[in-house]
Every structure is written in structure tokens, then in C-alpha cells.
Ligand binder design. Sequence first.
Ligand code: FPP
Length: 235
Amino acid sequence: MLDQERMPRHVAIIMDGNGRWAKKRGMPRKFGHREGAKTFRAITRHAKALGIQYITYYAFSTENWKRPKDEVDAIMDLFEKYLDEVRDFIEENIRVRFIGDRTRLSENLQRKMASVEEDSKNFDSMTLVLAINYGGRDEICHAAKTLAQQVKEGKLEPEDITMDMIERNLYTEEIPPVDLVIRPSGEQRLSNFMIWQAAYAEFYYTNILWPDFKGSDLDKAVIAYSERNRRFGGV
Ligand code: FPP
């Protein structure tokens, strides 16, 4: 049984292991991403059923451009396809948001992202956040530039800059801090994912590859979280 009182409000998932899943089957890496995208859809519905309010997925990092063009193109094609499917989520009262630097994405993708965000902005059963061309350091650098510009224009004094101001200039704006980070596939690192927002997050690792990750694995992660004692630097 899941204790609603001790549920994480914001769960962030690093969808890792797609490439290895495909390799194990002798298939090109992009097949792993295709399966991973199916898992993304199933887990989002499961998270909503559990009552999780915010779920963020690391879909593409600022470093992922280094991958072969064929693989990057396949991932971008999947985004396009799923952005159309994400419209189904809208019907389920799910608000969709994107974080990351959009300027490097195709104009068509940017247009679709803006329209999904606009059409779902008033929904409140859950917020689904997709990190695309996202990097935590890039995000903090972007916030620093915005505040520096305000200082330059004489609208802000450097000594008046607060953590709250930095937070409000991150891509996540009004999205609450991350409570639980889940990383499948056996890796145990944050990889530049929500480094500000996950400062006090609990971590959950599993050896399961992302395409094999099931609703029952999310349940296990949430149960493990509910049994932890978060102290936020206190005693
Ligand atoms: C990490 O696995 C996965 C990615 C870099 C891409 C994730 C993208 C998707 C699941 C596609 C679509 C997403 C949505 C939201 C529609 P990896 O390739 O690093 O795996 P490996 O560590 O086994 O090589």
C-alpha cells in the first residue's frame, strides 16, 4: 500500500539504458529509444494514477548532440511523433511543460511545443515536464545572464540578488523542487540533470533498463522514498 501522505510531489526520471536494451537484441540504438518512448507513455499514466503531481523526464541533454546524427535524428522524430500523442494527455487533464534551450530545435518542433503548452496550461491533474536540449549548468548560466542584464540596465543591485530570484529565472519557474530522482540502467550519477532543483532530492537507482521499466518499478521507487527520512540539512 502506498502512503499518500509520504508520496513525492515531484518525481524526475533519467530515461537511461535504451541503447543497451537495443544492443542486447542486436538492434540499432534507435529501436531502444522507440521502446523507451512507449515506457514514457505508460509510466506517465501510472504516475498520474498514483497521484504524483509533477513528473519530469530527461529526454535529451545539451550533451546528447554529440551522438551520431542518425541517432539524434531518430530521437527528434520520436519527439515530433509523441508531441502529437501528448495531445492525448491533454484530454486526461495533464498540463505539459518543456524545459531546456529550445533555440537549437527545429522550428516545427518549437511550434508544436509552444502549442501543446498553451493548450494544456489550465489543466491541473498532473504536470508533465519534458527536458529537451536541457542541461542544469546551461540553465543556471541562462538565469545568471538574465539577472546580469537587469543589473546592467540599472533595475537590480548585485547585492539584492536572492536564491529565490535565481529560481524564478530557471526554466522550471513555478515548478516545485524535485523530491525523488529515479535513474534506471545501473548508472549512479546525476548527469547535469536539475542540479539546482534536485539539491535535496532522494535518489533511487535500479539495474532495469528504461524500456523494461514498469509501473511496479515506479511503485517500488515511491515506496523506497516514503520510507526515507528527509532532513534538509537539519537533524
Ligand atoms: C538515454 O539512453 C536515453 C536518451 C538519451 C534518449 C531518451 C529519449 C527517448 C526515450 C525518446 C523519446 C522521448 C519522449 C519523451 C517521447 P541511452 O541511449 O544513453 O542508453 P545507453 O546508456 O544504454 O546507451
